[in-house]
Design a protein. Sequence first.
Length: 179
Amino acid sequence: MWHILKQIVRTGIVTEPAPQVDEADHAAVDRIQRDILAILGQALTIRQVDAGSCNGCELEIHALNNPYYNIEGLGIKFVASPRHADMLLVTGPVSRNMEEALRRTYDATPEPKLVVAVGDCGCTGGVFGESYASCGKVANVIPVDVAVPGCPPPPIEILRGILGAVQERQQVHRRRRSP
């Protein structure tokens, strides 16, 4: 026991310093959140689906709910049921075991539904590609509106992807209403 305590005192604190807050990123997050709410005029509900990922993208998606990004504070929230969702956020290459579950989740989401594929695996199949165990990219199973590349993509890029999907829906809605 004393040996360990001496080693701790000799070594000291070996953690890295806290990251510096980048004001440009913080301003971009605020702008993206305002744009989403200005377009929708209401809350956006998202159902996140892990179709077979390594969980790297999920960690970045969870970071969206921390106090720095605080998307729930502005009306963008995650829901447990696809029946309550406006958007599906899908990560990972779609494993054969998740193929039917993903289709059912997509079918259960009410119209107009949006789909965002997150990460290299969701966009292209990543290192897994297509095989006996993997269907590959999300677009091979359900229609995708926006793809957010990266392994894993940072939270701000995921927010930009969400904004891109919402803007695309607004443009489609405007085209349908105009004569």
